[in-house]
Design a protein around this ligand. Structure first.
Ligand code: ADP
Ligand code: ZN
Ligand code: ZN
Length: 754
């Protein structure tokens, strides 16, 4: 499907092709009603009839005559109902990018376009916010035939002070007058009332910081030079900026953006979570003013709509945002930055599955722009691309100010168990270190990658664990509300007093979570102010920022939390990081368990010793010999990369093969099996040469989730093209045989196989 030809001024548009958010691999042609012939534009939203329904889609091609290759009967075409926007929300560049993305991820263009707009933007309810405003007219035209009253003079001077224009309500507030003198002035042609678009600005209430004028280190200057040279070349180039934690990557991003704006192009920066960059987004606003737009799910729908429209109108030329901001309609884009590029938050976890990091590189590619992927712990695939010349590697191996990376120590929890004669959550080594650090007035971070109080509830009589009603998952006990909660679907129920299976009273609460750990630490260190950060304590907008600020400004001595605390923050007074129970992840049967464990430990260790004082990291583990831990302890990325690469090669995982996961999800277990088996037969028929290795169907490691059974097929091949070919033929064959593909979810380059 190619984009339609540019519309010519003379011929009216009589036909449009529309991408609709339906799981069908095609676009739909509609006729344009007589009275709308001048309306249609590429990228515009349009409401159309679809079967018995009405759907909103995007115009992806416009025609004055039906092209011959479009096999439709003009007499049977249904007319469009309504074109929704005066100005299209997406540009032709974004149409092309979403088309590519849908194709790459074996997804559908209309669904991709829907996902490309930030949540809420698809709602037709979101419109510009307009308010009544008043402006001064040229006094030449005014009637002066009468003296002005005191109130009237006050109104005129308030408007003069404000530069000639004020919102109606602001004018009345400022002068303390009623509406009637304003109306009189309007009648006498001193003033005019009009309607103004209000910009709902998410950063308006913020204090803006001054940007310090730093002298770049040699490593920073070198990285920046390479990036700006490439931007000036105006051809696609992709960089991996591999800089250890605290090496000053942010300053490089900032200056690269400044350069891009200075030469008249626009810049996009993606971040995993906007809450992690509160300082940086304000810094951007301070430096670039209203040309900065910010896009993330924490904004109100109105704010998001306005930010999007400011970008679309070219008013904002720098956009910073989370995943779907990769589709922000910036024009003449020169630079795309992906900070913490390894982060799983770039992956959309529902259909259409896409990875914003990879889409960002493609966007730069299509636009002749520069992509910069930054991380201290790059994803395996990214570093592999850098090793093989696909990306240019820029290294920043030293911390700013010559500070050393914290020294790390492993505590073998098997020994701790022997010494104590029972399971304990906190070793004496870590407890002693916490005591010493607190005594010096320095701060502490303890990472525990599981929230809640107890991991699960076990009956000692019958051995049952208490599971979720909807999922094949044990429920986690949360003490604050006394309930058992499913971390996957949110199901919760009061914690029982007796076993639901056998009525025994011997219920055991097994394994710690953050709630329990914070509790134990509070008992051991009653004098310390301890705060907890996880998804249970962060429920409202702005709460994470507030907690991080309290810690940064020393009102809190110790932070206990999940990986939310591991990322990107700069706390100069933190000199001890404890890592508790994070190596549980190493036992998970997933291709990325080692990589994720390495990343999270390296990232959290990077929070220690960022100021003048040296830092310490203590990792409690049951797997002291595992290479992910050994390498994380030494902050040795390349060492980890080499060992992990061997594992990936042995097991035929990416980057050595292309991988696709097909998940069949259905509420009925036998239907799940039937669909999965039928799929396997179709895929086998499509794959006579066996160029693609197919595994399954088998139940996924979470066999039931949110009331649906889950069976999985895994496809891998040395050739990405073969993989896609067999997949497409197999799916088409299955569809022809009546397999219900709406229960089938295809993931290309899956991040996890669980
Ligand atoms: P990273 O993102 O690589 O972990 P940051 O960008 O957070 O590192 O930088 C670490 C600290 O060093 C920040 O406080 C930052 O303001 C400071 N910094 C960055 N560049 C310089 C420089 N050239 N001179 C002095 N301080 C710098
Ligand atoms: Zn029981
Ligand atoms: Zn559940």
């Amino acid at each position: 499907m190619k984009l339609g030809s540019a519309q010519s001024k003379t011929d009216p548009i009589k036909f449009v092709e529309v991408a609709l958010p339906v799981p069908l691999n095609r676009v739909f042609t509609y006729s344009v009603p007589e009275e709308e012939l001048s309306a249609p534009k590429l990228g515009q939203r349009v409401r159309v009839p679809f079967g018995k329904r009405r759907l909103i889609g995007f115009v992806v091609a416009v025609h004055s005559e039906l092209p011959d290759d479009l096999d439709v009967d003009p007499a049977k075409l249904r007319p469009t109902i309504e074109f929704l926007d005066d100005e299209p929300l997406v540009t032709s560049e974004i149409l092309r990018l979403t088309e590519w993305t849908a194709d790459y991820y074996a997804s559908f263009w209309g669904e991709m376009l829907k996902a490309a707009l930030p949540a809420g933007m698809n709602s037709e309810k979101v419109r510009p916010k307009r308010q009544k405003a008043v402006k001064l007219l040229d006094p030449v035209s005014a009637d002066n035939s009468k003296e002005l009253t005191a109130a009237q003079s006050a109104i005129l001077s308030a408007l003069e002070d404000a530069g000639g224009e004020l919102l109606w309500t602001d004018l009345l507030d400022a002068t303390g007058t009623s509406a009637s003198p304003v109306n009189t002035l309007v009648k006498r042609r001193f003033l005019e009332v009009f309607v103004r678009d209000i910009h709902r600005d998410p950063l308006s209430a913020e204090k803006l910081p001054e940007s310090p004028n730093l002298a770049l280190t040699d490593h920073q200057a070198n990285a920046l030079g390479e990036i700006t040279d490439a931007i000036d070349d105006s051809t696609f180039k992709a960089f991996l900026l591999h800089g250890v934690t605290g090496s000053g990557k942010t300053e490089v991003y900032f200056r690269a953006i400044r350069h891009t704006v200075a030469i008249g192009r626009s810049a996009l920066m993606l971040v995993p979570e906007i809450a992690l960059t509160p300082v940086f987004s304000r810094q951007l606003r301070a430096a670039f003013g209203a040309t900065v737009a910010i896009l993330h799910s924490g904004l109100s729908q109105g704010e998001r709509f306005d930010e999007w429209r400011r970008i679309r109108a070219g008013e904002a030329r720098v956009a910073i945002g989370t995943r779907s901001a990769v589709f922000a309609p910036l024009k003449n884009i020169g630079l795309v930055i992906v900070d913490e590029e390894h982060d799983a938050a770039y992956r959309q976890w529902e259909s259409p599955f896409y990875n914003a990091r990879d889409v960002a590189v493609m966007r730069a590619n299509l636009a002749g722009a520069v992509a910069v992927l930054g991380s201290a712990t790059p994803a395996m695939e990214t570093f592999h691309n850098a090793m093989h010349g696909k990306y240019t590697l820029l290294s920043m191996p030293e911390r700013i100010g010559g500070r050393n990376l914290a020294s790390a120590e492993l505590v073998d929890m098997r020994e701790v168990f022997k010494r104590a004669g029972k399971d304990v959550a906190l070793s004496t080594e870590l407890l002693d270190a916490i005591g010493e650090t607190a005594e010096r007035g320095e701060q502490i971070i303890v990472l525990m990658n599981r929230r809640g109080f107890s991991q699960f509830v076990l009956c000692r009589e019958c051995g049952e664990t208490i599971k979720c009603e909807n999922c094949d998952i044990t429920l986690t006990f949360h003490r604050r509300d006394g309930r058992l909660t499913c971390h996957y679907c949110g199901y919760n129920a009061p914690a029982p007093k007796v076993c639901p299976q056998c009525s025994s009273e011997f219920l055991y609460f097994v394994g710690e979570g953050t709630e329990n750990l914070a509790d134990q630490l509070e008992k051991k260190f009653p004098a310390l102010k301890i705060d907890r950060i996880d998804r249970d304590t962060i429920t409202r907008k702005g709460e994470l920022e507030k907690k991080l600020l309290d810690f940064a400004e020393g009102r809190v001595d110790m932070l206990v939390g999940t990986q939310m605390i591991a990322k990107g923050h700069d706390f100069p007074n933190v000199t001890l990081v404890g890592v508790v129970g994070v190596d549980i992840g190493l036992g998970l049967p997933d291709l990325r368990s080692a990589e994720r464990t390495f990343q999270i430990i390296t990232q959290v260790a990077g929070r220690s010793g960022r100021g003048e004082k040296p830092g310490r990291v203590i990792i409690q583990t049951y797997h002291p010999d595992h290479y992910a831990l050994q390498r994380a302890m030494a902050q040795d990325y390349e060492g980890f990369y080499k060992e992990e690469l061997k594992y990936r090669e042995n097991f035929r995982y990416p980057p050595f093969v292309a991988l696709a996961s097909i998940m069949v999800r259905h509420r009925d277990v036998s239907r799940t099996k039937a669909i999965a088996n039928a799929l396997r037969r179709s895929l086998d028929a499509a794959n006579p040469e066996k160029t693609v290795h197919i595994v399954g169907p088998a139940f996924a490691s979470i066999a039931r989730l949110k009331n649906e059974y889950r069976m999985q097929l895994i496809l891998r091949s040395e050739s990405r093209r073969e993989l896609r070919k067999i997949l497409d033929i197999g799916l088409a064959d299955a569809e022809e045989r009546g397999v219900e593909l709406r229960f089938v979810f295809v993931e290309i380059d899956p991040v996890s196989l669980m």
